[in-house]
Design a binder for this molecule. Structure first.
Ligand code: GDP
Ligand code: GDP
Length: 467
């Protein structure tokens, strides 16, 4: 399984990075906006251009000469984003022309060896040659004129960027075929059987739970993974064929098959797995994307931070099922526990659909209960909701509380059917449904959630009016 490719937007201030970012991610802001207390990180988003999925990163700024302070931190984060991306789009400003800062960035980008596409922004209304001519001197190949605010050239640019990756991916996969490493543990009859089981599971991917354990550095992710893997034999350990392949670790526990989507390049060292990379936002996002269920780990001994909220925000945006683990619970004395639990519950109200557990990754306390919720969240995310039952629940909800009128029209909801899974999507058909307010949408969501016991998964409702 391949991760979604990552496209990083780089350039000096005011060239139009955030304008382009907003255009290519077309974020579902409306869906997550009403979760209070969540400061959304608008620097990472799911790309939505054409039919190719990708992750877009707005590097915010680029200060190659920074020596210290916040600029240095920004430069560090930008460099990490560039290193972890599959293609860089370097934006320059057609109206301002080339400047010294552009040259500095171009030099740095050339040194990284990453694939760079040069986008000349704000080119709307300019003649093709005159917009791009002077930017050849940056030495980064053909400049592509675009207008982030008007949309001109943007789809072509992204499609071209992604098509390069296809070619590269194919080349790497072919080349690496012989180098793929397999689990070198002693082959036994049992493991041969497990291989057969693994293949069977591959054929029916929904039967294994794709699990991502995410959280900021030091909350206890690796400790939990070792607790999970230590007790049960790991049945497969896939090495990546290309840099974009997800590293997956399969394990069984209590008769349930899990595929752990790795966020940090875990390697086996002796008996335990160790993370070989430091914390990576991009790997975290890719793992969330590639999973069915996310365990969001928080540290009971520390405040909830913006970084926690950003990761939670991305889980909401992707619609993955979610279970929250408040870890390091063992390190708290009794009198603090109630207060801390109340505080976490208050701050995480926007995740109220998710089950919350206190755990100790270190001694295993709470881990079985956590996995039970993972299984339940997975089942909810893939629940099959029949049209007659959905429609019955819809009619009962409407009978109890009518949607408000808009002018002389009252929205009329006729029937509902399921339009997708993970997250469940409920499509409601009727007339004048564009007038239905968000509060009523939430009312319906609560009704469906309760009736179908959809704990642990976000739920999406879409209205389709016939006129
Ligand atoms: P950033 O600092 O690189 O993220 O740049 P912004 O996206 O904030 O854009 C800086 C300014 O350029 C804003 O005033 C935008 O409205 C403007 N801008 C962005 N894209 C375009 C474009 O395609 N054409 C024109 N004319 N202006 C643009
Ligand atoms: P990661 O960066 O999220 O993978 O965090 P680690 O698993 O490396 O854990 C960071 C530190 O927290 C290590 O020193 C762990 O021993 C410690 N730690 C992890 N889980 C627990 C826990 O449940 N209780 C306590 N007291 N310490 C823990």
């Amino acid at each position: 399984m391949a991760f979604k490719p990552v496209v990083a937007l780089v350039g000096r201030a005011n060239v139009g990075k955030s304008t382009l970012f907003n255009r290519i991610t077309r974020s579902r802001a409306a869906l997550v906006a009403d979760f209070s207390g969540l400061t959304r990180d608008r620097h990472y988003g799911e790309g939505r251009v054409g039919d190719r999925p990708f992750i877009a990163v707005d590097t915010g700024g680029f200060e190659p000469v920074a020596k210290d302070g916040i600029l240095l931190e920004m430069a560090r984060q930008t460099q990490q984003a560039i290193a972890e991306s599959d293609v860089v789009i370097f934006l320059v400003d057609a109206r301002a022309g080339v400047n010294a800062h552009d040259h500095e960035i171009a030099t740095l980008l050339r040194k990284t060896g990453q694939r760079v596409m040069l986008a000349v922004n704000k080119a709307e209304g300019m003649r093709y040659g005159s917009a791009t001519a002077e930017f050849h001197e940056l030495g980064l190949g053909e400049p592509h004129p675009i207008s982030a605010s008007h949309g001109d050239g943007v789809v072509d640019l992204i499609e071209l960027a992604l098509s390069y990756l296809d070619e590269e991916g194919a080349a790497v996969a072919e080349h690496d075929e012989e180098d793929i490493a397999f689990d070198t543990s002693e082959p036994t009859d049992e493991s041969a059987q497990d291989d057969i089981a693994a293949e069977a599971a591959e054929a029916a991917p929904d039967h294994r739970i794709k699990l991502a354990i995410v959280g900021r550095p030091n909350v206890g992710k690796s400790t939990l993974i070792n607790t999970l893997l230590g007790e049960e034999r790991v049945i497969a350990f896939d090495m990546p064929g290309t840099t974009r392949d997800a590293i997956e670790i399969e394990f069984d526990r209590g008769g349930v098959g899990y595929t752990l989507i790795d966020t940090a390049g875990l390697r086996r060292r002796g008996k335990v797995f160790e993370a070989v990379e430091k914390f990576s936002v991009i790997k975290t996002l890719q793992a969330i994307e590639a999973s069915n269920v996310v365990v969001l780990m928080l540290d009971a001994q520390n405040e909830i931070s913006d970084q926690d909220a950003h990761i939670a925000g991305f889980v909401l945006e992707t619609g993955r099922a979610l279970v929250v683990a408040i870890n390091k619970w063992d390190g708290l004395d009794g009198e603090h526990r109630d207060r801390i639990l109340r505080e976490f519950e208050r701050k995480l109200r926007f995740l109220s659909f998710a089950k919350m557990h206190t755990t100790s990754a270190l001694n295993g306390q709470g881990v079985n209960a956590l996995l039970k919720s993972v299984i339940a969240a997975h089942a909810a995310a893939f629940a099959k909701l029949s049209t007659p039952r959905l429609t019955r629940v819809l009619h009962a909800a409407v009978e109890q509380q009518q949607p408000p009128r808009k002018g002389i029209f009252r929205p009329k909801m006729r029937y509902a059917h399921q339009g997708g899974q993970n997250p469940p999507l409920i499509v409601i058909h009727g007339n004048a449904l564009d007038a239905i307010p968000d509060s009523y949408r939430r009312y319906l969501e609560t009704r469906f959630r309760t009736e179908f016991k959809l704990d642990g998964t976000p739920l999406r409702i879409e209205f389709k009016s016939s006129h």
